[in-house]
Design a protein around this ligand. Sequence first.
Ligand code: ADP
Length: 988
Amino acid sequence: MTVDPVAGGTAHDPRVEAEVRRAALSQLLKGGPLAEAVHVLLVVVVAALVWNSLPLALTAGWVGAVTAAAALRTWWRLGLSRRTASPEEALRGVRLTVAGVGLAWGFGAAAAIPALGLDQAALILVVLAGIVAGATGTLVGDRRSFHYLLLTALAPLPIGILLHGHSRAHLIATLLIVLFVGGMDRVHRRAYRTFVERVRAAVLLASSTQDLARQHAYLDALIASTPVAIAVLDGRRSIRSVNPAFETLFGYSTAEAVGASIDALIVPDSLRSESSDLEARARAGEIVRVEIERRRKDGRPIQVRLSAAAVKAAPEGGLVALYEDISDRKAAEQAMRAARELAERVARARSAFLANMSHEIRTPMNAVLGFVELVLDTELQVEQRRALELVRSSSEALLTILNDILDYSKIEAEHLELESIPFDLPKVVHATATLLAVRAREKHLELTVDVPPDVPHIMRGDPTRVRQVLMNLIGNAIKFTEQGEVDVSAAVVGYHDDRTSVRFRVRDTGIGISDEQLATIFDEFTQADASMTRRYGGTGLGLAISRKLVALMGGQLSVTSEVGRGSEFSFTLRLPVERSAAAATPGRAVSLGGRRLLVVDDNETNRRILRDMLGAEGVAVHEAARADAGLTALRRAAAAGTPFDIAILDAQMPDQDGFELAAAVRADPDLAATKLLILTSAGQRGDGERCRQMGIQAYLTKPIARADLIEAVGTVLLEAPPAGAAPALITRHSIAESRHTLRILLAEDNLVNQQVATAMLVKRGHQVDVVGNGREAVDAIGTHDYDLVLMDIQMPEMDGFAATQAIRALPRGRSLPIIALTAHALSGERERCLERGMTGYLAKPFKAHDLFAAIEGRTAATADTAAAPAPPVDLAAFRGTMREAGAEAAVDGILATFASTLPQRLEALAEASRGGEAEAIQRAAHAFRSAAATIGAHRLAQLLEAMEASARSGDVARAQGGLQDVSREAQIVLDHVRLAVDGGGDHG
Ligand code: ADP
């Protein structure tokens, strides 16, 4: 079928077009067996009309032709349903049979008309016009069939008419036929278009109805298969529909649910009002989401997540509610909560256990180490000393292991917090290396420490942990190195605002670590090689702890190594630089800074230890390994105009011993100003006398405690030999004796610790009263004068904190130094003690020099354990001095005078400073300084000394610049002194 141009414009959808074709064909083929009988009837009528006018043969032929054509068409049409013909074939048949019928009529009429009268001819024309008119309906489905009929039936007629005659009437009839043909064509065209449109509309309607039905079915399937329970409610909270998931979740069938009130069905009574609130919110346009309880048909409660929203688009309104079962999640949450609570309980228990263990382990260790140190300080036979040294080193090793294990547990339990306190970084590095120098010396290893001067002195961080890591790394380096050296260094690698990055490095020339072992040495309990444990010992925890500590401090511990050549461990810490360095290093009475010192000792380690100990104090330490080299160095320095202030001579040297060297020095008049200190490891009777005679200023035995060495050097340098009189020899005993005797109250419940501390203090020359708990301590202070209290924190009856509080409330206790003793070496403990009104803090087990440093207000070897800032005025020392001189009664008077004259002195200094005259400033500062130094205001004295020195060197601007600090410190000193005089003034 060719597409009709009329319908062509709308022919887009092939589906629709096919449907149009199908409808047209069925329209063309429609009709029963009698449909064509009308043609036979009409031709018989026409035959009757023309019966007498036409020859019989023609009439009979016409009737026969039309009847045959009609019969053929009927036969073909009816037969088609039995045959299977393609639409094209069928259409072709329609057109042919239609043309056949048309031809029978047309040629019959054309042959008949010339023989007829005009009226009869007109009647025939009317019949043909009727047939054509009828065909606009019966052939509406196909334009071409209609055209065939039109042409075959009507085209012959004008021939017949013109054969009939040529009158005007004939011409008009012909014209009318032509017009009729045109008119009928237009009528058919319109009818055809209408037909096509109708069919198309019907097709579209049918297909959209199908689509709609499909969509409906899809939506229904969606809702039915949604795993979330859905209920649609109407305006009265009745259920309009539910899905299968709702049936499953709540146990109601759809029949039971639909029409029922949602409240009655699934809302527990107690939640009804809340439920209607939720509904109101949802109807107001909010999308409500809550987790809530609902009830199943069997009465069991069920936890659901309810989401509800108003149905907006639908005119009937309503509410859609979604219920998700969250019982599993709720149960899991509950289980998780329980697990977390359990974990927290366990963690608390673990932390308490750790604290307890720490206390329980450290307390007896304290006794062991303390007593050993005490006994080692006495005169001992070589064997005894060796045995005790062994006990000490074993105990220290044991303590190290215990600390490792405790630390490791703490890190594991995330209980390790770092401290952030000012500390002297170079000193920590030196001190750590010094501690291990003996071990290195025993293995004949060179241990070098390099901290360049640009490394800031006072930084803020956790010195204990820095030392611990270094200790482990240096210890390992020594342990795993058989020959060569161990280099320790700390160097600045970057600056960032107020922080400085310092890279710590420990390098050795030892056995090295293989690549595969490198991967695991930082793991807990791992040692590179199992056979090492037997050979070198160790727990395998050290590096694991070190790595974690470094990470906690913000760095990363890394290692490079080559088997057989050595290893290098390093880490970088970014630490804040402490500007107020003065506050962190309490001033010393005797400043060793800038002094020149020569160590003459064949033993490298000894030289290094001395250099480290004294170097950290700012002394310029030079070394000589032999007596003759020492003498040369002394002479050369003197000749250059920079004589050594002091020389430390080892008594036992291979070629020429210390005494011989001392004799040579004293024989040289150029070296008379150089003080001499002899260090011996085997003291002999008569040595003291010998020293005195030889003009040696000090005589000390090895090993020497750092505090003693510094004190001895300080004293030697301070002492001007009184003219004429033989100078007093400084010995360990004289140092002890020269110390100010303090009256100390020790509050400690543990008997052993009482004995240790008491023994140490008494040996040091102090007076000690012991009490067993806080209550007794408070009572004792109420009735006696003390210079200082050592306060255990954990005590029965009244603990250290409560006792401190009570003491602070007493007139005598207001400014009394109270130093906490605690076995919890936990971070934050120090702050806690200071917050509670204590002046200082000492962790057990403590070494003797830590204790002395803490109570005597000096910088400790371990700056962090005795980090109590020195008081602005060392009143205890002043009182002690005065007491020794038998003039303690004058103390308060002197202090009062100092306090009353301080403003004038300050004013005089300010005046001089404003005047800008160097000499005036120097004078004012000097006078003020000696007054301050006398009462023990060391920091103030130092500041004034600096001002004085600047003025003396002519640097007036610098001297003037110091005034502000002096004024500030002077105010602090004044407050302190006033408090002492007014508040605690009944001392003595
Ligand atoms: P420990 O020293 O107690 O065995 P560490 O965790 O400190 O435990 O060290 C783990 C292992 O790493 C050591 O046993 C050793 O095998 C290896 N190791 C550590 N430092 C060095 C080093 N400087 N040279 C060679 N091997 C080392």
